[in-house]
Structures are given as C-alpha cells and as structure tokens.
Design a protein around this ligand. Sequence first.
Ligand SMILES: Nc1ncnc2c1ncn2[C@@H]1O[C@H](COP(=O)(O)OP(=O)(O)OP(=O)(O)O)[C@@H](O)[C@H]1O
Length: 404
Amino acid sequence: MGNKDSSLFEVGLSSVVGGILMITFGATTGGIGFCGLGGLSCLYHFLEKHNSKFDKLMKNIGIINKDERLPKLKEKQNTNFGYRLIFDLPHGINSDDFKRKQLSIEEFLNNKVNIKYINKCIYIDVYEKDLELHPYQFYKNNNLEIAIGHSMSGLEKINIKKAPHILIAGETGSGKSTLLRGIITNLILNKNTELHLIDLKNGAEFNVFRKSKYVKSFSRTIEESEKILNKLLIEVDERYDKFFENDCVDIEEYNKISKSKMKYKVLIIDEFADLQNEKDSIKILESLASKSRASGIHLIIATQRPDAKVLNGRIKANVPCVIGLKTMNEINSRIIIDRSGLEKLKGRGHGIYKDIEFQSMNLSVSKARDLIKHTYIKKKVEKLEEKSNGELPNDFNLGDLYDN
Ligand SMILES: Nc1ncnc2c1ncn2[C@@H]1O[C@H](COP(=O)(O)OP(=O)(O)OP(=O)(O)O)[C@@H](O)[C@H]1O
C-alpha cells in the first residue's frame, strides 16, 4: 500500500473526525456538513479500492465462506513497525484460515506479517522495518517472568509459572547460547529461583554461572546429569505428597498456606539431545517434564539438533512452549514449530515465539560475569580441591558438590 493511499485514507479519516467534531459543537452549516461528507466519501473510496484488492487476494487463496462472503477491510492503522490491517470476519472464517495462508499474504504484501485474532476481527501486522539489535537489559520482576528479546511490539516475556517448561531449538550459530546466557543471568539477578545447570558441551557455555550462589548444581557429564535428574524427580514426588497432605493443587497454593515455603527450581540443559543416547536419562527427563508442571520445578531445554528423534512426541507434548531459532531447512522448522519460517530467519538471536518474530538481547560471557559476579561464592568443590591440592577425593560424589 503506497503513501498516496495512506494519505488518502488519513485525509478521509481526519475529515470525518473533523466533521463529526464540528457537528458535535453545533456548527452545522452546509459547508461543514459538506466537509464531513467529503471525508466520508474519501474513506469510502479508500475502503472500496482496498477491499476490491483484498477481495481478489482472499478469493485467490480461498478465504471465503459458504455464502461466498469475504473478509472486509475495516481499518488501516500506521504503526512504528509498518502498518496494521483490521478485517471484519464473515461467519465461518477463523484466524486459522488466515494463519494457514500466511505465506501467500506475505508474498502479496511483499512484507512479513503477524496475524492475530482480537474481538472478532483479524489483525494483520505488516512489518516494513527490520527488528533492531538490542544489548542485554536486566528485566526485574518477582513473577518468574523471563525476557527473551524484542519484537515489533516491545519486550517479549514468558512466565515460566504458566509455561511451565521451555524448549529452545535452532542450528549452530542461531544464537541459542546467547539467549540461554541472558535467561540464566536474568534468573540469577532476580534472586527468586534455585538453578540446576546441565552443560553437556563440557561445561564451557555455563561455566561463568558455576560459582553463583543461585546455581545449586552444575553437571558436565551424563552420569552427573542423571543423578540430578533423578534427585529432582524424587523431589517432584515429595512435593506432590506435601500438596496432597495439605489439600493443595500446586506450589502457589502450598506457599500461601505453609510456613516453610517451597523454592521454585529451574533445570536448564544445553544440548539435551546428548541425553538421547542414554535411555535412562531421557526417560527421566520426559517423566520430569510430564510430572513437574505444578510442583514449581521447571525445565528449559535447548538443542541444536532438531531432528524428529530428538524432539519426539513425548518431549513436544510436555514442553509446548517453544522458542524457534534459525534452522537449516524447512523440515527442521516444521519439527520445531510445526510450520515453516525458521529457515528464513537471520540467525544471531533472530527467533520466533508463538508466531511472533523477536530478536534476542546480546550478552557476552564477560558482560554476564560482570553482572553476576557479586553472587559468586566459594563452593564445597573448590574447598575440597584446595585441601587436596586440586585432586578430588576418591569417595567424592556429586551430592557433596554444593553448599545448600
Ligand atoms: N542477540 C544477539 N545479538 C547480536 N549478536 C548475537 C545475538 N545472539 C547471538 N549473536 C551472535 O551470533 C553468534 C552465534 O551465537 P551463539 O554462540 O549464541 O549461537 P549458538 O546457536 O549457541 O551457536 P553454537 O551452538 O555454535 O555455540 C555469536 O557471534 C554471537 O555473538
């Protein structure tokens, strides 16, 4: 839609508003009435012209109801990202019909779009501008909300109490580690969760967080991971027993009535696909995902190998909150978000969450260290290493690793 069209629309709209205002203030002269009518006519022509344009599109892509009625353009609004089209929906057409045809609509408008259903209308946000890069900014809250980045509408957040588990998937270079780094830094700075980190890339990615007092366990190997997964699974059962004894349904209710509050725990796994080869570990992870949702124990799992075997039905069914980053091809995009689109992203933190494109915040390892180093403490493992000149004792086990 060109500028000429928009200005015609605006002239029409402002004339109508002007006309109405004047009439309201009692200036009902012929000239003023003419001005209002002129505006109405401009607006009418704008909608007519564009409706015939969109009628053609809707007919071509098959968004038409049984009575051959088409969605009608009701309004066009200019926005800071481009413009928004608002359509009235005829009976029998819904937002899924539009979402299925998103690609055709994007091709027709020559821009990316986001489609939403609000108050019986379809809103199509048309993005004429690119998402900007943003440096990391701490998002302070007491609500277990995680900021994942900026979309055209502002900061995108996920409340893990509601989510309650998150999957992050994208190929190498898509920005997975940077996004996880931002999420963990935010959780540490908000001080209201106990973190358990599993870094199967040899601990390199999460090492910067290891000494934080909010990180209660740090696993680098399958064996260590399996112990933590088991420990958390047992804790989930113990928590549900306590809920049962106290007639509560979840941690929120329990914490309201109980003097000893349960802590929210978040288990974060980078490259959980590596657990796939270990039948026991992946089974425990799947059980944890299916059982722990009300217990206040949440999972954030990431992978750069989005094949159907890794993201199997059980994982996807229990971790429905998915952040998709760039993939190599459409097939991988479909495995992750059940539709194409990830293959077209730019990488470096450009992602899709709930059909909305966002850009994650950039956070380097050294900046993350600066932000959280005030939470560093000396942990048992370092004290043990000091005592034994760097060698860990033979009877050392993971349970001894961290001070509680
Ligand atoms: N939000 C962002 N803004 C700007 N640059 C980013 C952002 N996220 C990631 N990058 C850059 O993109 C590159 C890849 O990022 P990152 O290492 O996080 O990806 P990855 O998916 O974890 O890749 P790998 O698995 O190979 O480590 C890095 O150079 C990083 O600095």
